[in-house]
Write a protein that binds this ligand. Sequence first.
Ligand code: ZN
Length: 90
Amino acid sequence: MNTVTQVEDQHTMKTMTCEQLGGACKFQLHGSSADEIVKAQDKHLKEVVAGGDEAHKTALEEMKGRWKHPISGLRWYKKVKQDYAALAEA
Ligand SMILES: [Zn+2]
């Protein structure tokens, strides 16, 4: 009998917090990749700032700035990917 166990990383959901991505609260972001977490954070920042939250304004500005400054933005992005990869799989 031959049992093959396949581990598909891309289907593993992980959780990071707003704080871990430079935000101002402990809002939980779920995603099956670092990219999804970043997208969730982007959405979260826009939503809370649109709702009048002052504490997240800096983080939102930084997030916007990352696309204008690819070098420093990439460094942040790599850090997020590393942190994501280091998380224990749920
Ligand atoms: Zn937040």
